[in-house]
Structures are given as structure tokens and as C-alpha cells.
Design a protein around this ligand. Structure first.
Ligand code: 0WD
Ligand code: CA
Length: 397
């Protein structure tokens, strides 16, 4: 097989029998500086409630509230508590880009302006592309379609489900620890608007990952402008109200993104191996947070048995330096933020130019096969995955 096709026979959507080479992009970690990232700006935000209904407001936003003493006093908080009553979102339901696209319809109805940007997608997808030069183990498939002169990209859920590792009880429990940490580290409103009882008993309620708060930001890299939506775990202090915020003067503007926090859990670090595993994870935290302009991550460190022992704040912008300077990582494979961004810039440019802009509503497949050196793009005869209400709104305006 040639490196161009990675062994996948490419069949054109017209049913021709030729072996058309897929368009492809080599994945590099070339030591080159790419274009600068634009500072992300929030354009809107939305919430899923505990029944997964969508609300175009901040109702599911949480507030960080955890004291180091609360964690140490009891000799560690048991993150497995309530595992048997976990309310877990059914992740086999394909939501495509629905939440984000419907929030854009709401925004555009309110402002009377179309949201500009070349690429519209979830932040998680851009994180995957940004980390790809250093994260080659797992394959993925994306679907991409031009509509109304914008390129929409989603992850292909059937591929994801078909290729995911069978999940064992231990990894289910470990992912529960992450949600449990989110629960015990946050409160639903500002602390002075919560009752003492509400704050103290928050860990007794069943944990759920159904409710989510998402921020939609405009950002860009090089010539490519993006609109990306991502989940934000909580705010550090408060979220400024856009109504009484000045956004035409940078000195007076209280940027909502500056208040956001990403929460993660990690095993307490006891060996060099733990440290090196943690640093690869930290790089992914950087990628994820950096893309949305989230300035802070708080990592809860837990024991092997899932007891939270301590937590630590990391400034997003300092993470690449921490990882790069580390004595634990192999200098040949070490994660580099500048190189990763140069690859992302090339990747976005490639997507924007390879998928023909004139062919609206044609779905393209972007493939990455495990451990391969290329991303490939090819045409499909799949139906567009954009929400009909979004398509209707944009077609009429
Ligand atoms: O193509 C699609 N249909 C995709 C949808 C691809 C990626 C994400 N999504 C959806 C998610 O369900 C969520 O509603 O987009 C929304 C926001 O996702 P994101 O912020 O872009 O996702 P990512 O950055 O990958 O993950 C952020 C958090 C995760 O927390 P950690 O701390 O592990 O990074 O979003 C959560 C998860 O808690 N999350 C999900 N929760 C439930 N079901 C899912 C999911 N499928 N994906 C991410
Ligand atoms: Ca998180």
C-alpha cells in the first residue's frame, strides 16, 4: 500500500472504479514557528440541564468552591462515593453539532448578525488535531461539510463507538472519580447565594454528567478563523454579565474567559513514571484550555484507591514550559506547544483548501488511522449532519 492511501481503497462517490489517492496531510513535529493564535472571544454560551434539554443561558454554570483544609481534614475525600447511583449520559446518542448550532441560531436571532468564521466545530475536535503529532495511538474519523460558506466539522460517532476499547469496571470507576471531583469542588451559584446546608451537603447528591455548561468562542490561527464550543467546568470567582461589561475598551473589558477553570483528576505522583504520565496529560490539558482561552486548570490528586488528597492550580500559559523543562520526559518525543500549533495551523489550512468550498452539503471524511503518518480526506455520499433548524435559519437569512 502507498503511504498516500494508508491502504484504504478510495472509492469516489460517483462510483468510478479508479483508485483515487486520498488527499493527505503528513503529520509533522517540524521545529518551525507557525502563525500566532488569535485571542479567543466568547460570543455566546449555553447549558444542558439535567435532562439534557438545551437552554441558551448560563444556568448550568458552576462556581469553584473547595478548601485545601476540607480535603486534608478527613484524610482524603472518597471519590468513589455514590458510584452506584451515577447518572451517566448515554454517549451512544449522536448529538452532532446540535447544541452549538442551535445556540448560534439563538444568538443570530438576537443580534441580527451572522456569526462569521471559516470553521465551526467542537473544541474537543480541535484539541485532537492540536495533540495529534504527539498522540498517534488512536485513530479517529471526522465528518466535514461546507454550508453557507462555512466548514462544519464533527466527530464520526459510529467510528468512535466501533473502535473504543471495551471499558472495564476499573476505568468506568476512574472516569467517575473525575465527575465526583467536579461535584465536590463546585457549587451551583455564587457562594453568598448558596445556603450553608446546600454547600455542605453537595457531596451527598448523586453525581451526573448530563448537565453541561458550554462557551462558544471565536478564535483563529493564521488565515483560518474558527468558532469553537467547549465545555467549561466552572468559574473561579464569577462570570461578568455582558449587559454591564464594556467590550470596546480592552482596559475596561472584564473578559468572561479569564474567569474559567478546567478541572481534572490525576493520581498522586510518587514515581518518575507517574510524573511523565502526568506531564503528557498536562499537555492535553494545556491544548484543551488554551484553545478556548481558559487560563487556569485545577488538578485534584487522588490515591490509587480514589481518595482525593490535595489539589493544585496550574496556569494554562505556564504548562508548555513546565512540560518542556521536565527531566522526566524523553527529549526526542517531548511535547512542544509551538510545534503543535504549527501543525494545527497547517492542518486547518489544509482542511479549508482541500475540501472544495464550492461543493456545499457534500460530506467529506477526514481519517486518521492508528499510528499512521498521514491525515486523509475523501468525499462520501453521506447526508449532511447539520441540524435542520440551523439549515432552515441560515437558508432564510
Ligand atoms: O462530534 C461530536 N459530536 C462531539 C461532541 C465531539 C466532541 C465533543 N462533543 C460534545 C460533548 O458531548 C459536549 O456536549 O461537545 C460538547 C463539549 O465538548 P468539548 O468541550 O468540545 O469536549 P472535550 O474538550 O473533548 O471534553 C471536555 C469535557 C470532558 O471533560 P474532561 O475533563 O474529561 O476533558 O466534555 C465532556 C467531558 O467531561 N465530554 C463529554 N461528556 C459526555 N459525553 C463527552 C461526551 N460524549 N465528550 C466530552
Ligand atoms: Ca474537566
Amino acid at each position: 500500500s502507498t503511504p498516500w492511501t494508508n491502504g484504504i481503497p478510495q472509492v469516489s462517490s460517483h462510483g468510478q472504479r479508479q483508485q483515487a489517492p486520498a488527499q493527505s496531510l503528513p503529520i509533522s513535529t517540524a521545529r518551525i514557528r507557525g502563525p500566532a493564535m488569535r485571542q479567543p472571544r466568547e460570543v455566546t454560551s449555553f447549558s444542558y440541564d439535567n435532562n439534557r434539554s438545551l437552554h441558551f443561558d448560563d444556568s448550568s454554570l458552576s462556581y469553584f468552591y473547595l478548601l485545601q483544609d476540607d480535603v486534608t481534614a478527613c484524610g482524603g475525600i472518597d471519590l468513589s462515593a455514590g458510584y452506584n447511583v451515577f447518572k451517566k449520559r448515554d454517549d451512544t446518542i449522536d448529538e452532532h453539532l446540535d447544541g452549538m448550532l442551535l445556540s448560534l441560531v439563538d444568538l443570530e436571532k438576537n443580534t441580527g448578525k451572522k456569526t462569521t468564521g471559516d470553521i465551526i466545530t467542537w473544541r474537543g475536535i480541535v484539541t485532537k488535531l492540536l495533540c495529534l503529532p504527539y498522540s498517534r495511538q488512536d485513530g479517529f474519523e471526522l465528518n466535514a461539510v461546507w454550508f453557507d460558506r462555512q466548514l462544519f466539522i464533527e466527530e464520526d460517532l459510529p467510528y468512535k463507538l466501533a473502535t473504543r476499547r471495551p471499558s472495564d469496571e476499573r476505568s468506568e470507576l476512574m472516569s467517575y472519580w473525575g465527575y465526583k471531583f467536579e461535584q465536590i469542588a463546585t457549587i451551583p451559584r455564587l457562594w453568598n447565594e448558596c445556603s450553608r446546608q446546600e454547600i455542605e451537603s453537595r457531596g451527598q447528591k448523586p453525581v451526573s454528567n448530563v448537565a453541561q455548561y458550554c462557551s462558544v468562542v471565536k478564535t483563529g490561527l493564521g488565515d483560518v478563523r474558527m468558532v469553537i464550543a467547549g465545555e467549561v467546568d466552572c468559574v473561579w470567582d464569577y462570570k461578568p454579565d455582558p449587559k454591564d461589561n464594556v467590550d470596546n475598551d480592552p482596559k475596561l473589558f472584564d473578559n468572561p474567559l479569564d474567569h474559567y477553570v478546567e478541572l481534572k483528576t490525576n493520581r498522586v505522583i510518587q514515581s518518575d513514571r507517574d510524573a511523565s504520565t502526568f506531564e503528557s496529560k498536562l499537555f492535553k490539558v494545556w491544548a484543551q484550555s488554551f484553545l478556548l482561552g481558559v487560563p487556569k486548570a485545577i488538578i485534584g490528586f487522588r490515591t490509587e484507591q480514589g481518595y482525593l488528597q490535595t489539589f493544585e492550580e496550574f496556569e494554562t500559559q505556564k504548562i508548555p514550559g513546565i512540560v518542556k523543562k521536565s527531566k522526566y520526559s524523553n527529549p526526542y518525543t517531548t511535547w512542544d506547544g509551538v510545534d503543535a500549533l504549527a501543525f494545527l495551523a497547517a492542518c486547518l489550512q489544509w482542511l479549508k483548501t482541500t475540501i472544495p468550498r464550492a461543493e456545499e452539503n457534500i460530506v467529506w471524511k477526514i481519517r486518521y488511522l492508528p499510528r499512521s503518518d498521514y491525515l486523509t480526506a475523501s468525499k462520501t455520499d453521506q447526508q449532511s449532519f447539520l441540524h435542520p433548524e440551523f439549515v432552515k435559519w441560515r437558508s432564510e437569512h
